[in-house]
Every structure is written in C-alpha cells, then in structure tokens.
Design a binder for this molecule. Structure first.
Ligand code: GRF
Length: 190
C-alpha cells in the first residue's frame, strides 16, 4: 500500500513514521512515497529533503479542486495519514479514499476537539481546564472535524504543575510511540 503523509508544520510525526517503517522489516507492504503540505515554509519540507522523500505544497483551492487528488493518483496512493495537517479534508478526497484517511489528534477526543483545537491551543485548554490526564486519539476522518470513528487512544497524566509545553512533550512522546504501529495495523487490514 502507498500512503501519502499530509503535514502543515514541523513534521516530526511524518519523519518518525517514515523512519520507523524504514527500520521495520515486518511491514514492507506499506510505503510513504510523498508528503503533501499546505505551507511552503513548513519545516516538514526540510525533513522530507533529508529523508529523500518528495514533498509538495498546495493552496487550499488545490485540495478542493482536484489538483491534489490528481497528484495522489499519479503516485498510486491508496490512503492518507494526516500528521499535523491543519486544513479540513475536502469531500473530493474523502470520496476518493473512503475509510482510508486517518488523523492524529493531540488529546482524548471527544474532549478538546473541533474547530480551533489544534497545536498548542489544545494543550493550553487541557491545562486551563485542570485536566488530570490527556493523550492522543487516532481516528478515521469524515466530513466533521475530529468526529470520525476512534481507532486508538493512549493516555498520559497531567500534573497540577504541568505547563502546556509539558503536556505537549508527553503527548508527542505518545504519538511517536504509537502512531506508526496504529498505521501499520489499520492499513494492513485494508
Ligand atoms: C501533533 O501533536 C499532532 O497530534 C497534531 O499536530 C502536531 C504535529 O506535530 N495534530 P508535528 O508536525 O508532527 O511535529
């Protein structure tokens, strides 16, 4: 299976996923032939260059008008993993990849999801709400933000002294530890 990685920012998850699959010899059926972004200056492009993986930037209109879909078809892509991708996935892509798009959200959905809940905003809200735990949610993507079926969750404690940055670090550690394996299991079943 060929999976496209979509990322809008740093891309540390995208890099970790590619590195993990390169290091594993038991899941050779899954490849990541390209990275797609909506930000030309995102650090994910630098990571892609170092990894030797082509990366592309498209404007919002190109996600909607079929330009991104045409590129994915040229690459023979079978599914999409959103790893810190901040645009809403348009219907054109949802229809082209039914139940083959997954996202990682840096909190325990259904809490702290929806519009505006991304990046540091999520961790700030978790701290402001005096939560005692947070974590990650990996879910399939449908037409509503953060509302697709939950595939996997993992939890971490949030201490009263934790800052949003502390929570972000714990959540990132969970992402690196679990996302590659969840991707392997999800797409191997397809
Ligand atoms: C991750 O925390 C992910 O859960 C969220 O955005 C962040 C992306 O981080 N959706 P990175 O770009 O992979 O470093």
């Amino acid at each position: 299976m060929k999976i496209a990685l979509f990322a809008s920012g740093s891309g540390s998850n995208a890099e970790n996923i590619i590195a993990c699959f390169r290091a594993r010899h038991d899941v050779q059926l899954i490849e990541f032939p390209l990275i797609v972004s909506n930000k030309a200056d995102a650090f994910v492009h630098e990571r892609a260059r170092k990894l030797g993986v082509p990366s592309f930037t498209f404007g919002k209109a190109d996600f909607d008008n079929g330009a991104v879909l045409r590129l994915l078809q040229q690459y023979g892509i079978d599914g999409i993993v959103l790893a810190g991708f901040l645009l809403k996935v348009p219907d054109t892509l949802l229809q082209a990849f039914p139940d083959r798009i997954i996202n990682i959200h840096p909190a325990l959905l259904p809490k702290f999801g929806g519009k505006g809940m991304y990046g540091s905003h999520v961790h700030e809200a978790v701290v402001a709400n005096h939560e005692t735990e947070s974590g990650i949610t990996i879910h399939s993507v449908n037409e509503h933000y953060d509302e697709g079926a939950i595939i996997f969750q993992a939890r971490c404690p949030v201490l009263p002294t934790d800052t949003a940055d502390d929570v972000a670090a714990k959540v990132h550690a969970l992402e690196y530890a679990h996302f590659p394996e969840v991707i392997a299991q999800f797409f191997e079943k397809k």
